[in-house]
Design a protein around this ligand. Structure first.
Ligand code: AMP
Ligand code: TRP
Length: 330
């Protein structure tokens, strides 16, 4: 059986990078795999979150999952904090992770560079992520390229645990899409598109208006060659825009290149805007219907119940394997 578990942190507004690397992949794979999609709110608070914003953003991410096309009747959608097995299994995974290997995580190093005081939870973050995945015995995890190292660690921890305590966990594989797993900033194609960039023109949010998308793409850096050609070495800025085009149109890169042969960047950017807007506007419309409804909270509650059934079972198996006295078994 093939099973997916993945999620997007509610730590900022969702941008088209998260859409390309994660959300669009969730939507694509939900029919092929038994899927669980969650909102890793426990991961979000590894850096300070305003409580009200955390509350709102958590619901917003869930609403975007549904608005983008995840069928919640088929694939449970839930909040990490509402399934207590995550925090508990997180602790068990911390006992398997080595201090040195956690310190080598590039995302930890990058985040600590830009902060004065770093929470201990930011350090142990990948152990909790491993717990998330292993609780569901996920075989596959669709993520952006920046999560590759965390997935490798997850496999290492699962393997270590299985060797010590007997086979308990499935080793998960990442699904990293070739196109869209690493969408770069519009102002600097050497940096990942990220909501933490202070330049608001460097990213497009899922909630951006068509006019704002047009302006941001019009300002996006290009190069002086004037040719729409996919070549990350020589033409990273244009290659990034071509990837965005491919993510939002679903067309192969070669077709896009061919269509714009001999056309300038002006025409290409204008049509890129249309492609992005055509996809985002219906998502935004559905989002606005979902976000205010109490049905969303019911969906999350039901999702947490469904997720708990699987997660609790795996937690009990792991705890028992380690020698804990596990009281009632199912
Ligand atoms: P986060 O918002 O950090 O929880 O990221 C959610 C998901 O989106 C993860 O799978 C990330 O790898 C992915 N992601 C974030 N930023 C980008 C980006 N610029 N390009 C592609 N994928 C991304
Ligand atoms: N670390 C992921 C990110 O920053 C979010 C995340 C937490 C996640 N737990 C996960 C993604 C489990 C996939 C599976 O994007």
């Amino acid at each position: 059986m093939k099973r997916i578990l993945s999620g997007i942190k509610p730590s900022g507004d969702l941008n088209i990078g998260g859409y390309g690397g994660a959300l669009s992949q969730f939507v694509k794979y939900q029919h092929e795999y038994e899927s669980y999609f969650f909102i890793p709110d426990l991961h979000a608070v590894t850096v300070y979150q305003d409580p009200r914003e955390l509350h709102e953003r958590s619901r917003e991410i869930a609403a975007y999952y549904i608005a983008a096309g995840i069928d919640h009747d088929k694939s449970p959608i839930f909040l990490q904090s509402q399934v207590s097995a995550h925090a508990q299994m997180g602790w068990l995974m911390e006992t398997q992770a080595h201090y040195g290997e956690l310190g080598r995580m590039t995302q930890f190093k990058e985040k600590t560079d830009s902060q004065d005081s770093v929470s201990s939870a930011l350090f142990t973050y990948p152990a909790l992520m491993a717990a998330d995945i292993l609780l569901y015995q996920a075989t596959h995890v669709p993520v952006g390229d920046d999560q590759k190292q965390h997935l490798e660690l997850t496999r290492d921890l699962a393997q270590r645990f299985n060797n010590r305590y007997g086979h308990t966990f499935t080793l998960p594989e990442p699904i990293i899409t070739e196109i869209g797993s690493r969408i770069m900033s519009l102002d600097d194609p050497s940096r990942k598109m990220s909501k933490s960039n202070p330049n608001q023109n460097s990213y497009i949010l899922l909630q951006d208006s068509p006019e704002s998308i047009r302006k941001k793409l019009a300002r996006a850096v290009t190069d002086s060659e004037g040719l729409v050609r996919y070549d990350w070495e020589q033409k990273p800025a244009i290659s990034n825009l071509i990837e965005i085009y491919a993510v939002f149109s679903g067309e192969p890169v070669e077709e896009i290149e061919q269509r714009y042969t001999g056309q300038g960047y002006g025409v290409f950017k204008k049509e890129l805007t249309e492609v992005v807007v055509a996809k985002l506007v219906p998502i935004q419309q559905r989002f606005s219907e979902i976000i205010g409804s109490s049905e969303l909270d019911q969906i999350l509650r039901r999702g947490a119940e469904q997720a708990s059934m699987i997660a609790d079972k795996t937690l009990r198996q792991a705890a028992k394997a380690m020698g804990f006295i596990v009281s009632h078994e199912q």
